[in-house]
Ligand binder design. Structure first.
Ligand SMILES: Cc1cc2nc3c(=O)[nH]c(=O)nc-3n(C[C@H](O)[C@H](O)[C@H](O)COP(=O)(O)OP(=O)(O)OC[C@H]3O[C@@H](n4cnc5c(N)ncnc54)[C@H](O)[C@@H]3O)c2cc1C
Length: 749
C-alpha cells in the first residue's frame, strides 16, 4: 500500500477505522473468502484496470468517441486478464467453474472502479453471447463459445468478438422493446432443405460494433411463412451488407465502441437463436425475442448496477485526499495546525456528505453482490426445475406457468416456516418443502424478479445522483479531466449505466409487476421480523428503523392495491406510474439497506476467522455499523415520505372522521381556521396538534379514524426509530478525519 498519511490533529477519539477496507474485508462481506478462483480473478481484472486502462484514460483517450488503435489494444488486455473467456469452464480455458454471475460482477466492479467504458467493453462480448447461452441450441452454444475463446499459444485462427443488437433507430425499439422494425423473411426454401432467411436490421447505439464479427439481433417476422419474433445470429461473412455504421458521438464510456449499424443479410434458418420448428409450411422460432432478452437482462443488469457501486466506493479515497490536502503548500498553513492537517475535513458538511456517498456505495455493492450470488444459486435450481419439467413432460409455457402458480401457497408456507425457530415449527413439513426443488424455485424466482431490477434501478439511478455529490466535494477540480479518480467522467458514465440495458422506467415497470407477488411479499414480512431481531441485538445498525420502514411500506402497498383516489379510480395500476414507480423506488431503498446490514453481520461473524483481519476488525465493524445506521435512517426517511405522499396525496380530505360530544363551537371555529379541512372536533384537533401528528386521542373516544389508523401509527413509530442515527453519522464523520489513506492513488491521474 505504500506509505500512509494520517492527519496529526483531531486525535481526541481513538481511531475507529484505521485504513480503508482492503480485499480481506471485501472477501468476507461479499462472501468469496472461500473462492480462491474469484480472488485471482479480482487481482487479474484489477491489474488490467489500474494499469493499461487507467493509463489510457489519463492519456486522454476518452476525448474521442472513435474506436482508435490504442483502444483496440484493450481487447488483448481483456483477453489476457481472462475477462473474455470468463463465460467458459476451466477445462475450456476459463477462470471459473460453475455459475458465473458473481465472477462477472466482480470483474465488472474492478474495471468500473477505474473506467465504466472499459468495464462495458469487457462485458459486451458476454452480452452478445448471452442470448445463445440462455436460449441457444447446444450446437449454437458450442460453436460461438469456441469461436470467441481467446487464442491459445500457437493457435492460428481468428478470435471472434460479438455485439448485441436490440435498440433501433427512432421511432423504433428503445424502452418499448415490442416496436421492432427489424424484419426476417424467407429468401429461399428448397424442398427438403434448410430455409435461407433474409434479415433487415438497423441498430442504434450498439456496443462492440466497431469490431464485432457476429451480432445477436432482435427481429420480427416480415413474412407469413415465419411466426412472431426471434433473435438471430448475423456474421460478418454472410452474404449481403454488414455495415458497422457511424460511431456514436458519445459523451460517456469512450473506452467502449458504439455504432449505429445496418444489416441486410442472408443467413440459414439455423441461426435463429434456440432453433425452430416447421408446421404447415410456417417457421416457428422456439423462443420469441422478448423471452430471450428477458432471460438475458435478468442477469446482466445486476452487473451494470455494480459498475455504479464501484464508482461510488472508488470516490472515497480521492475525496478524502483532496479535502485533507486542500490548504497544504505555499504559505497557507503550518503542519500541525487543523487547517493544514484536516483541510476541508474541518467542515462538518464535507464529512457528512462523504459519509452519505460511502454509505450509498456500501448499500449498492451489498445489493448487487447479493443479487449476483442469488443468480448463481438460482441457476442451479433453475436447471433442476427444467429437468423435472422434462421428466414430467410439461413442455408448454402455459402449463409450466400454471404449475408455478399452483405452488405459490406452498412457497409462502415455506417462507413463513423458514423464519420460525426450529423448535416452534412443524419440522417435517418444513423439511419436505425445503427439499422440493419446485417450491425452492418459486421462492427464489420471486426474489430474483425483484432483486435484479432493484439493483439496476437504485444503484445506477440514485448512484448517479450521489456521484454528483462526490464531484461537488472536489470543487472545480471535480469537473475537469484532471480530477483524481476520474470522478467527473464517472458521474457522466453512471448516467449511461442508468440508461442502457433498460432505463430506470423499465426497471420500475418490472418492479410494479413483481413486487406484488405474494411469495415476495411473504419474504418482506419475514424481513421485518428479522430486522426486529437484529435491532434488538445490534441497535447501532439502524435495523429497527429499517424494520419499521419496511412495515410501513408493506402497509402502504396493501392499502394501495385496494384503494381508490378521490375520484374513485383505482390507485395501483400499471398505467398509474405516479403511484407504482415511487413505491418501487421506496422498496429499493429498503432492500439495499437491509443487505448492507446483512453484509456487516457477515463481517462481524466471519471476520475473526481471518487472522490478518483480527486487529483491525473492531474498527471496521464499528464504522460499517455507523454507515448502516446512516443509510437505514436515510432509507426510512425516504420510505416515510414516499408512503405518506401516496397514502394521503390522492385523498381530497383527511380520511379520519371525528365524533365529539363535548367541544364548544368557538373552539371548533378557532381550530378549523388553524387547520382548515380537518373536520370539526376541537378535542380531536387538539390531540392532533399536541401529539405532533401521532393522532392518539388523549381524552376518551373522541376521535374515530377510518382506515388509516395503522398507517399513522406506523409512521410515527418510524420517526421514533430514527433515534441515534445522526450520532452515528457524527461518529462516521469523525472516523473519516482519522483514517489513514495511501499517499497517492494506485492508478495514474
Ligand atoms: C453508449 C450506449 C451503448 C448502448 N449499447 C447498446 C447495445 O449494445 N445494444 C442495444 O441493443 N442497445 C444499446 N444501447 C441502447 C440503450 O439500451 C437504449 O438507449 C435504452 O434502452 C433506452 O432506449 P431509448 O434511448 O430509445 O429511450 P426511449 O425509449 O426514447 O426512452 C426515453 C425516456 O422516456 C421515458 N420512457 C420511455 N418509455 C417509458 C414508459 N413506458 N414508461 C415511463 N417512461 C418511459 C423514460 O424516462 C426513458 O428513459 C446503448 C445506448 C448507449 C447510449
Amino acid at each position: 500500500m505504500g506509505t500512509m498519511i494520517t492527519p496529526r490533529s483531531g486525535t481526541e477519539a481513538a481511531p475507529a477505522l484505521r485504513t480503508l477496507p482492503g480485499d480481506e474485508v471485501r472477501q468476507v462481506m461479499w462472501r468469496f473468502s472461500e473462492r480462491y478462483d474469484l480472488q485471482m480473478l479480482v487481482q487479474s481484472a484489477r491489474s488490467a484496470a489500474r494499469g493499461p486502462v487507467a493509463r489510457l484514460v489519463a492519456g486522454g483517450a476518452r476525448n474521442s468517441h472513435d474506436w482508435t488503435e490504442e483502444k483496440d489494444k484493450l481487447l488483448s488486455v481483456f483477453d489476457e486478464a481472462g475477462l473474455t473467456s470468463l463465460g467458459a469452464e476451466t477445462a475450456d480455458g476459463g477462470l471459473v467453474d460453475g455459475p458465473k454471475n458473481l465472477a462477472l460482477a466482480l470483474a465488472a466492479f474492478e474495471m468500473a472502479w477505474v473506467d465504466g467504458g472499459a468495464a462495458t467493453g469487457g462485458m459486451a462480448g458476454h452480452l452478445a453471447l448471452a442470448p445463445i447461452h440462455e436460449r441457444g441450441t447446444p450446437e449454437q452454444k458450442k460453436l460461438y463459445a469456441s469461436r470467441t475463446m481467446p487464442l491459445k499459444p500457437g493457435e492460428d485462427r481468428k478470435a471472434w468478438r460479438g455485439a448485441f443488437a436490440l435498440t433501433e433507430p427512432l421511432p423504433y425499439v428503445g424502452v418499448d422493446t415490442n416496436t421492432l422494425s427489424g424484419k426476417l423473411s424467407v429468401a429461399s426454401w428448397a424442398p427438403g432443405q434448410e430455409p435461407m432467411l433474409h434479415v433487415e436490421k438497423r441498430g442504434r447505439f450498439i456496443t462492440n460494433m466497431g469490431f464485432a464479427n457476429f451480432v445477436t439481433a432482435a427481429v420480427d417476422s416480415g413474412d407469413a411463412r415465419i411466426k412472431g419474433s426471434c433473435m438471430v445470429i448475423l456474421e460478418e461473412g454472410d452474404k449481403g451488407t454488414f455495415d458497422r455504421g457511424a460511431p456514436t458521438r458519445k459523451l460517456v464510456h469512450q473506452l467502449s465502441s458504439t455504432n449505429d449499424p445496418v444489416f441486410s443479410l442472408e443467413v440459414p434458418a439455423s441461426r435463429i437463436v434456440g432453433g425452430y420448428t416447421v408446421k404447415d409450411g410456417v417457421i416457428i422460432p422456439n423462443h420469441d425475442h422478448s423471452e430471450v432478452i428477458a432471460a438475458v437482462f435478468r442477469r446482466t443488469r445486476v452487473t451494470v448496477g455494480l459498475m455504479t457501486a464501484a464508482k461510488l466506493l472508488s470516490a472515497v479515497e480521492p475525496v478524502i485526499r483532496y479535502g485533507r490536502g486542500r490548504f497544504r503548500g505555499g504559505e497557507m498553513g503550518t503542519p500541525g495546525t487543523p487547517r493544514y492537517d484536516l483541510g476541508l475535513q474541518q467542515r462538518e458538511d464535507v464529512l457528512h456528505r462523504l459519509v452519505d456517498i460511502w454509505a450509498t456505495g456500501e448499500a449498492a455493492a451489498s445489493m448487487g453482490f447479493t443479487a449476483a450470488r442469488l443468480f448463481d444459486d438460482f441457476e442451479r435450481i433453475e436447471h433442476r426445475k427444467e429437468q423435472i419439467f422434462a421428466e414430467r413432460k410439461i413442455t408448454s409455457g402455459r402449463a409450466q406457468f400454471k404449475l408455478m402458480r399452483e405452488l405459490e401457497p406452498k412457497a409462502v408456507e415455506y417462507v413463513k416456516l423458514a423464519a420460525q425457530p426450529p423448535a416452534q415449527r412443524d419440522e417435517q413439513r418444513f423439511a419436505a418443502l425445503e427439499a422440493d426443488p419446485l417450491v425452492q424455485f418459486v421462492v427464489m424466482d420471486a426474489l430474483a424478479n425483484v432483486l435484479c431490477p432493484a439493483t439496476k434501478l437504485w444503484n445506477t439511478g440514485h448512484g448517479a445522483n450521489m456521484m454528483r455529490e462526490a464531484v461537488s466535494l472536489m470543487g472545480g477540480y471535480g469537473i475537469t479531466e484532471d480530477c483524481p479518480g476520474f470522478l467527473g467522467q464517472k458521474w457522466m458514465d453512471s448516467q449511461l449505466e442508468a440508461t442502457y440495458e433498460g432505463p430506470e422506467a423499465v426497471q420500475r415497470r418490472q418492479l410494479t409487476a413483481t413486487m406484488t407477488n405474494e411469495v415476495f411479499l411473504a419474504q418482506v414480512q419475514q424481513w421485518v421480523l428479522e430486522l426486529r431481531r437484529i435491532g434488538d441485538r445490534r441497535p447501532g445498525t439502524g435495523a429497527c428503523a429499517l424494520g419499521s420502514a419496511m412495515e410501513l411500506w408493506l402497509w402502504t402497498i396493501r392499502h394501495l392495491l385496494d384503494a381508490k383516489d378521490a375520484a374513485g379510480k383505482p390507485l395501483y395500476h400499471e398505467r398509474r406510474q405516479g403511484v407504482t414507480f415511487p413505491l418501487a423506488d421506496a422498496l429499493c431503498w429498503l432492500i439495499a439497506s437491509r443487505l448492507q446490514i446483512l453484509d456487516l453481520i457477515a463481517l462481524e461473524e466471519k471476520g475473526p476467522e481471518n487472522p490478518a483481519l483480527a486487529e483491525a476488525l473492531p474498527g471496521f465493524v464499528g464504522f460499517f455499523s455507523d454507515l448502516c445506521h446512516v443509510q437505514a435512517a436515510h432509507a426510512a426517511g425516504e420510505v416515510g415520505r414516499i408512503c405518506a405522499e401516496l397514502v394521503h396525496g390522492y385523498n381530497q380530505h383527511p380520511r379520519w372522521e371525528v365524533e365529539c360530544s363535548g367541544c364548544s363551537g368557538d373552539a371548533v371555529d378557532a381550530l378549523e381556521s388553524l387547520m382548515p379541512g380537518y373536520g370539526a372536533c376541537a378535542r380531536a384537533l387538539t390531540d392532533v396538534v399536541e401529539n405532533d401528528g401521532s393522532h392518539q386521542p388523549k381524552a376518551g373516544p373522541c376521535v374515530k379514524f377510518t382506515g388509516l389508523e395503522g398507517f399513522v401509527r406506523l409512521r410515527s413509530k418510524l420517526d421514533g426509530c430514527l433515534t441515534g442515527s445522526r450520532l452515528a453519522k457524527d461518529r462516521a464523520a469523525q472516523a473519516l478525519t482519522q483514517v489513514m489513506i495511501p499517499e497517492a492513488l494506485d492508478y495514474p491521474m
